[in-house]
Design a protein around this ligand. Structure first.
Ligand SMILES: NC(=O)c1ccc[n+]([C@@H]2O[C@H](COP(=O)([O-])OP(=O)(O)OC[C@H]3O[C@@H](n4cnc5c(N)ncnc54)[C@H](OP(=O)(O)O)[C@@H]3O)[C@@H](O)[C@H]2O)c1
Length: 330
């Protein structure tokens, strides 16, 4: 092979990205220098947090640069190595997706006999660890409590709902599509679920949880956060995981924040990067159910680097899909 295809940021989007914001470029396949390895990427993750990085605003991660390759977690086989910790033939996870070949100087060698490689980008990777940290450490969910999870069919949401259920909680999930609402109830063991339609979220949450909720796992923000603030009981807790409803532009802020005061509640934001140490506990807790097939780790695949932009866009355009969205490179 003589060429390495990469996807660069062609322009900064104003709303939901479209094909014109991405461009495929060709470069020579990189060669490993001292301490480096070349990985032929096989799978890459697309994540909602990539969208804010397409804006030129400072955040906890640096923005993507125009005409420079996008980045994201990916894994593949080491094809050339000058680093003994990343031997040729090993399956390695790293942060240089959006290209056929990645030049890396560090990465995580994966044990694919324990779990399929894709699990390390999903249920045993950032999505699962985010779900576990949010439910257990941030919200401190207890058996017998009721938790509401938004974007419940997604990568984080699908894991959070099942972890909450294993802890003995009553689970409520929402999704934008009717199809996913069925999936929440039939496959992910949610006790109750509703379709989140603009302008009706508070009424729907009230309908499925007339007795209120103890915990809100927030993936969405905006109107959904407002609805949850209303439904939370005194001393309720919010694990602030993400606000995907705002990633493509401005949304009105939450209007019900005074309820934090009147109901003496706690809202805590968190980043999975500060909770990577939950992994052994997460594995111990879910492995038996995962092996038995009762804990679902749904994945949605897009085929080929050419489809990577479509995969990212699918996180925002509300097309029905569930679980972790991944791009498979041939
Ligand atoms: N704090 C952390 O460290 C951390 C780490 C990972 C992820 N996150 C956050 O967790 C959330 C979920 O991430 P994920 O990777 O699991 O993605 P995901 O849920 O697999 O995909 C995003 C889903 O969000 C829903 N959605 C999209 N646009 C929306 C909108 N305008 N309003 C309401 N819902 C919308 C869609 O689901 P439906 O069509 O089914 O509604 C979509 O499939 C995101 O907010 C992300 O930023 C945080």
């Amino acid at each position: 092979v003589s060429s390495n295809r990469l996807i660069v940021l062609a322009a900064r989007p104003a709303g939901i990205p479209t094909a014109e914001h991405f461009r495929l470029v060709d470069e020579p396949v990189p060669q490993a220098g001292p301490g480096q390895a070349v990985v032929r990427n096989a799978l890459m993750s697309v994540d909602p947090s990539m969208r804010p990085r397409m804006n030129d605003v400072p955040s906890y991660v640096a923005p993507f640069q125009i005409d420079r390759p996008l980045e994201g977690r990916a894994l593949g086989e080491v094809v050339e190595s000058r680093n003994p910790a990343l031997p040729a033939g090993a399956t390695v996870m790293h942060r240089f997706g959006w290209r056929d070949y990645a030049l890396i100087d560090d990465g995580t060698v994966l044990d694919t006999t324990v779990a399929p490689a894709s699990a390390y980008l999903g249920v045993l990777g950032n999505s699962g660890m985010t779900a576990y940290a949010g439910v257990v450490r941030v919200a401190r969910l207890k058996a017998g409590e009721t938790i509401y999870i938004s974007a419940a069919a997604g990568a984080v949401g699908s894991a959070a709902g099942q972890i909450a259920k294993l802890l003995g909680a009553t689970t409520i999930g929402s999704s934008g599509s009717e199809q996913n609402v069925r999936y929440l109830l039939d496959e992910l063991h949610y006790d109750r679920a509703f379709q989140a339609r603009d302008g009706q979220i508070a009424a729907e949450l009230q309908r499925v949880a007339p007795e209120g909720i103890d915990v809100y796992f927030d993936n969405v923000g905006g109107e959904t956060l407002d609805a949850a603030l209303r439904a939370l009981r005194p001393k309720g807790r919010i694990a602030a995981c993400g606000t995907i409803s705002s990633y493509n532009g401005e949304i009105p802020g939450a209007k019900n924040l005074f309820m934090m005061v009147s109901k003496r509640m706690r809202m805590e934001g968190f980043l999975v990067s500060e909770h990577f140490d939950v992994l052994p506990e997460l594995i111990e807790r879910i492995a038996p159910a995962l092996r038995a097939g009762s804990f679902r780790a749904p994945e949605t695949y897009f085929e080929g680097l050419e489809r990577a932009a479509a995969a990212l866009i699918s996180l925002f355009d509300r097309t029905p899909k569930h679980g972790k969205v991944l791009v498979r490179l041939p």
